[in-house]
Design a protein around this ligand. Structure first.
Ligand code: SF4
Ligand code: SF4
Length: 284
């Protein structure tokens, strides 16, 4: 029996996926060039603290599922659920079975299906990257989407469905391949999921659940795919030189687009960087 009082649905087995959030990212402060007025600094601190707190809270949503055995749903149920999500500022919602291959090694996931959620990061702030204004927006969305993901997972649990929230700052499974499987976007050359609406300017989260899910909606991304293949701006202009010209295919379907250590260094050196969110053409 697991520590949540029930058996996990999956335990990650993919040797190529190890969950690490570098400690530095939990201890970041703005560089000397970024002197913020008192109110802005307070806001930034609120979103940072809210993100880290939500991340911890989401890891506890596996609890309280002991009696959640319901699986059947109706189209009305999902209509109401989507209405609720959109009232909480969720921009995209999609559905796909959990792909075991994309669960981080050794992590326990509760629920066989994935509800994929996304929330926009606003262009007016993102276009200022790299810098504090952009990062306040990045962390605002981490916090708000994190809270919403937890709220919706708790709602599903209250309805009797075994469910677990996976925070946008870091979940137990990869969001990108699940967002693609749910037909919500494509993998950009910058290693981020891009959409026709916002380019890479959205954050993703997942709720895993045993609730039966609707079919993924059909969407045509052929124009966006062609555009991205031809573009290559992120490869040329990434501040940290971290976007790989040719992605590296690891085993079990994992593809690396970014040199992670170079990217993290640039995040630390350049006030969270995020320049790739600004320069991706479909973004604005
Ligand atoms: S965050 Fe900066 S270093 Fe990392 S991929 Fe984006 S532009 Fe490059
Ligand atoms: S900047 Fe261009 S190549 Fe890079 S992800 Fe965006 S569209 Fe694709």
């Amino acid at each position: 029996m697991s520590d949540a009082g029930i058996e996990p649905t999956y335990i990650g087995k993919n040797e190529n996926l190890v969950f690490i959030i570098p400690n530095e990212l939990f201890n970041m402060s703005l560089g000397p060039a970024e002197v913020l007025d008192r109110e802005t600094a307070k806001l930034f601190s609120k979103y940072l603290r809210g993100t880290f707190k939500g991340f911890q809270q989401s890891r506890k949503t596996k609890y309280g599922n002991e009696n959640n055995t319901k699986t059947e749903t109706t189209s009305d149920f999902w209509e109401q659920f989507e209405k609720k999500a959109s009232g909480l500022d969720v921009n995209f919602i999609g559905y796909t079975p959990v792909n075991e291959n994309y669960i981080f090694k050794g992590l326990k996931v509760y629920g066989k299906n994935a509800i994929v959620l996304a929330m926009e990061m606003k262009w007016d702030q993102i276009k200022t990257a790299p810098g504090a204004i952009c990062e306040i927006e990045v962390f605002r969305v981490y916090k708000v989407l994190g809270d919403v993901t937890i709220e919706l997972a708790e709602f599903l649990k209250e309805q009797g469905y075994k469910s677990e929230a996976h925070h946008p700052f870091g979940g137990k499974l990869l969001y990108g391949p699940h967002a693609i499987a749910a037909n919500l976007g494509i993998m950009g050359r910058n290693g981020l999921i891009i959409t026709p609406e916002f380019g890479p300017r959205q954050r993703w989260s997942i709720i895993t659940t045993d609730a039966e899910i609707p079919k993924a909606k059909e969407r045509d991304f052929s124009e966006l795919k062609e555009f991205c293949e031809r573009c290559g701006i992120c490869v040329k202009e990434c501040i940290g030189g971290a976007v790989l010209e040719t992605p590296i295919k690891k085993g079990n379907g994992v593809v690396t687009h970014i040199d992670r250590s170079k990217c993290i260094q640039s995040i630390l050196d350049n006030n969270y960087c995020s320049y790739c969110l600004r320069i991706c053409m479909p973004s604005s």
